[in-house]
Every structure is written in C-alpha cells, then in structure tokens.
Ligand binder design. Structure first.
Ligand code: KIV
Ligand code: ZN
Length: 559
C-alpha cells in the first residue's frame, strides 16, 4: 500500500553517541509562554494577565523569557515597552522578542526594545523546502540571503545600543528545522553567526525548532548531534531546542536532544502553544530534577502555579497532566491504595533501604511539589480496604483492624457501585456512622451496669437493661470482665441468636481532654462474620456499643 504521508528525509548519523550519554547539567531555560503560548490561546491574555504571568515566570526562576512579537501586535509592543519603562525586568533576567527577517519589522522590534538593559532579538525564517518553495515561493539561496541581510539589519540597528553598554544579543531559528535539509540548516546558521560576528565571550543562540512534530524523538536527537558535530561556531554559539508536541513526544524528544548535547530549551508551562502545544517545561524540568539535575527552577508550589496559569490562560490543566494534574497523586484501585498506604507508613525505612525516596505507585514525593498526602487516595467502587482505611485514618483518625477494613470495604464498594461515582471523605465517614455507630434496632441498649463482685472483685456482675424486638429484658450475668459478662447476659435473652465474640480491637483518637476510644468487635454467627464499632470517651462504653453495633448487624441480617 502506498503510504499516505510523505516520508521524512533520513538522518544519517553514523557516529551516534547520544544514546549512552547522561544528562548531568541543567540546560538554560527559556519560557516562551508570552509569545508562542499566548498566540495559541482561545482567549489571549490581557496586558495585566501577561504581567502577572511574567512575574510568575520570574518567581519560578526563569532567567530568559520571550515576551512577545512586538512588530506583529500592538499589544505585544506596548507590553514590551511597559516592562522596560516601568523597570519591571529583574537584573538577572533577559527578555527576548521574535521577529522575521524583514526590514520594517526589524526596525519596529528595535524600537520596542529601546532602553532595555539586556535583551535578545529572536530572528526566524522558514528553511524547509515545504515552506520556502510552496508557501513563500523562494529558493534556498533567496532565504539564505534574506536571513543574512536580516541579521545585518539587526546588527546595524542595535549597534548604538550595544556601544552604549546595553546588551542586545541575537537568537536565530531556521523554522521547521526538523524538516529542513540538515546541510542547509548548518549552512544558514553558519552564515548568520558569521554576519553577526559575536564579541569575545558573546554567544549567538541557534534555536533549532521542531516546529511541527513529524519525526520521532531519536531523529530529533540525531539531527542535533549531527548539527553540533558540524557547527563551525561551537565556541560562539549556544544550541537550543524548541519542540512542539504534535505526536505527543515533545518531552521525550527534547530530553533526547539534551543527551545529544543541546544546551538550551524553549517551552511553556504545561505546554501551552500552537495545536497540541509546545514542550511542557514543568514536566521536563521535574523529570530532570527526578534524575538528580538541579534545574534552578522552583516548582515547590505547583498547585499555586497551576491555578494562576489556569486562570490567566482560561484553560484547565488536564487531570492526568504529569506532576500537576489533579489525579496524578491519587489511586483509585484497591491494590494501589493498599501499596501506597503501606509505603507511606514505612517511608523512612524505604528511604534507608533504597537510598532515597521510593514509594509504590508514586514516582516522586508529592510534598516536594507542595501537594499533600491527604488527597491522594480517592474512593470509588474499585477501591480496596487499604485506601478506605487510609482515608478514615487520615481524615477522622479512625484506625480499623484488618477484619474491620474488609467488612467496611464491602459496604463502601456496594454503596459506590450504587451511586456510580467517586465518594468524598465525608461520605465515607457518614457511611461509617450509619453502618456501625447509629444502629439501635432491633436491639436497643437501655443501660448496662458492670460491677465487681463483692466476694471476688475479679468477677464482674453485669446487669443489662435491653429492648429486643420491642420487648424489655433485665438480666444479670457474671463474667471475668465487663464484656464477657455482657455477652453472658445477652445469651440469656431468647430473641438474641447464638454468637461468638471472636475478636476485639481498641484504639484511641485525639489527645488528652478530647480523647475518645474506638472499639471494634467481631462476632461470628452461623459461620458469618459481623463487625461492629463504638466510639465513646469511655473505653468500656465504646466496647459495649461495639457489641451492640455488631449484634444489630447480625439481627438486621437475620430479619
Ligand atoms: O515553532 C517554531 O518554529 C517557532 C519559531 C518561531 C522558533 O516558534
Ligand atoms: Zn514554536
């Protein structure tokens, strides 16, 4: 079958080295949210929103920020002027602005930058055959000439600013680099750098964009490696990458280019940008941090950053977006919840044994991103006992024994199935209360007086006043403790079925004055397990209530 899509030109990289390289140093970062990101928003940012976003980028730690396309948009021109005139740009931050290789646009761009202490003019020109020949009707020679002339115009235009001691540098992008003949890309970049002729120590940024993702990540890496091997101006240039995400691989592609030697990365927070967007800087930076690279970027308040970006861009971040999505530190399935719960409880032991933070089903420590553990486990019909126990413990300080967890998990799953939705922690607590704590039918405890025997205080006489199925009973029995005496009394009552008290668990919630005891009882009746619970400031009362809670579940089941 004839392939539908045009094959991409093969990249020859006979001495490929990048697959075995490790990324050990951070690339330089350039955030292009205010240009590439903003131009693709359904509702572009207002000047106030752009300013808020600029400050956010500065707070995160970006030192290079592309602030707009001033020759193409009056808004971008004004924004650039405001940043400069109101002295908003911190000393250690360099702004950049985009411009095509055209005289009148270059002049307007230089005007926008007047008075900037440090800036970069980002000149771009289309270099792929598709664009040169079929969009602009130009030859490679025409484009090369135009790029060099554009560079010369910029150089001339900024000379007096540079002479006066303010730095205006150059960035050059051959657009659709990854669909450009590699020899031509090398040739045009070389010609532009030679025209600019950087001062000693100055570096021209060669930004090699994957404008449209038409290749796999390894091919982008190959192109960067071959480009860098043949770059005659290696000591006067910085090689930068700029990936879009059409095939969903922008993070992978950019990461491989770093292995191939790229020194600088352009992208946007959460990947805003044309079509499927630009490289997501949050994901790639946090991936590098995960690998132990100090990126210099601070995402320790990721929820705060996400909510500003969502508000200002008027676009939600997907719930499963790496690191920042609402659900990424959440587990619904029972086995995952159980494993996270266990890992979380012994996290220090795991750090010791693995030599660093490691928890089942969580690849990074959410606390490092300012996210909290409480939200991690969400409850729906797939949830297991571990997750349910975790939510009860973390929200209501109720510690359940294993057999109690199994019992309650069945009830929760049934309820969630009927509701066909996720349950909140409050709903879980309501269900716990109605299941265990609020059952007073058909057996109603009116009073219970456990008293040590006069002759042998080790023996307890339990006097029970109870209503069973509408009939009142008053019975006294003996036992070696208040609960065994209670069980003996209950056995005397004709309507109460035979049961065995099989297990008992007690814990306390809260501290000092507001401390409350929580008791769980496991009864066996007709080979079936019935669990009850009681909560009371008095531990004996909590235990008695737990017996009645379980008994009521036996008797409601038998009804
Ligand atoms: O994607 C792209 O090629 C661009 C250039 C202008 C750098 O945004
Ligand atoms: Zn782009």
């Amino acid at each position: 079958m004839k392939p539908r899509y045009a094959a991409m030109k093969e990249i020859k990289n006979e001495n490929r080295e990048w697959p075995s390289k490790k990324i050990e140093v951070s690339p330089q970062w350039c955030a292009v949210d205010l240009r590439d990101g903003n131009q693709a928003l359904p509702n572009p940012m207002t000047p106030e929103q752009k300013l808020e976003y600029f400050k956010l980028l500065v707070d995160i730690g970006f030192k290079q920020i592309e602030v707009g396309f001033p020759s193409a948009s009056e808004d971008d021109f004004r924004f650039c002027r405001d940043l400069i005139e109101k002295k908003i740009i911190p000393d250690d931050v360099t702004i950049s602005v985009l411009v095509p290789s055209r005289k009148h646009l270059i002049e307007r761009t230089i005007e926008a930058l007047k008075g900037a202490p440090r800036a970069v003019i980002h000149q771009y020109i289309a270099t792929s055959d598709l664009h040169m020949n079929h969009v602009f009707g130009m030859t490679r020679g025409d484009v090369l000439k135009m790029a060099v002339e554009g560079c010369a115009l910029i150089k001339q235009g900024v000379q007096s600013i540079r002479d006066a001691g303010n730095y205006i540098g150059l960035e050059f992008s051959p657009e659709e680099f990854t669909d450009t003949d590699l020899d031509f890309a090398i040739e045009i970049c070389d010609a532009v750098v030679n025209e600019w002729n950087p001062d000693a120590g100055e570096k021209v940024i060669l930004n090699l964009p994957m404008t449209v993702e038409r290749r796999l990540p390894n091919e982008y890496a190959d192109m960067i490696e071959v480009f860098m091997r043949n770059n005659k101006n290696a000591d006067r240039t910085i090689v930068s990458v700029h990936a879009h995400n059409d095939m969903g691989c922008a993070v992978a592609a950019s990461t491989l280019t770093l292995m191939a030697g790229a020194q600088r990365v352009e992208g946007t927070l959460f990947g805003h940008g044309e079509r499927t967007g630009n490289l997501d800087l949050v994901t790639i930076a946090l991936n590098l941090e995960y690998l132990g690279v100090d990126t210099g970027l601070d995402f320790s308040n990721l929820d705060g950053i996400s909510s500003i970006v969502e508000r200002v861009t008027d676009m939600p971040i997907h719930a499963r977006h790496p690191y920042s999505g609402q659900l990424v530190f959440t587990a619904f399935s029972g086995s995952h919840q159980d494993a996270i719960n266990k890992g979380f409880n012994k996290r220090n032991e795991l750090i010791d044994s693995f030599g660093g933070w490691k928890i089942p089903y969580l690849h990074v420590d959410p606390n490092a991103l300012g996210r909290s553990f409480e939200k991690f486990i969400r409850i729906n019909s797939q949830s297991g006992k571990g997750g349910i126990a975790f939510v009860l413990k973390s929200n209501y300080n109720i510690e359940m024994p294993k057999w109690g967890q199994i019992d309650f998990a069945r009830i929760v799953q049934h309820y969630a199935d009927t509701e066909a939705r996720e349950l909140t922690a409050e709903e879980l607590w309501d269900l716990f209360q109605t299941t265990y704590l609020e059952k007073s039918m058909p057996v109603k405890l009116n009073n219970y007086w456990p008293r040590p025997d006069d002759a042998n205080p080790r023996i307890i006489n339990g006097e029970l006043d109870v209503t069973v199925a509408g009939k009142n009973y008053r019975v006294t029995s003996q036992g070696n403790g208040p609960i065994s005496a209670l069980v003996s009394s209950l056995r005397e009552i004709p309507d109460v079925p035979e049961f065995v008290l099989d297990d008992y668990y007690e814990d306390s919630t809260g501290h000092s004055a507001d401390a409350r005891a929580v008791c769980f009882m496991k009864l066996i009746c007709d080979s079936q397990i019935y669990v009850g619970a009681g909560v009371d400031p008095n531990v004996n009362q909590a235990a008695v209530d737990a017996v009645f809670s379980a008994l009521n579940r036996v008797m409601s089941h038998n009804e």
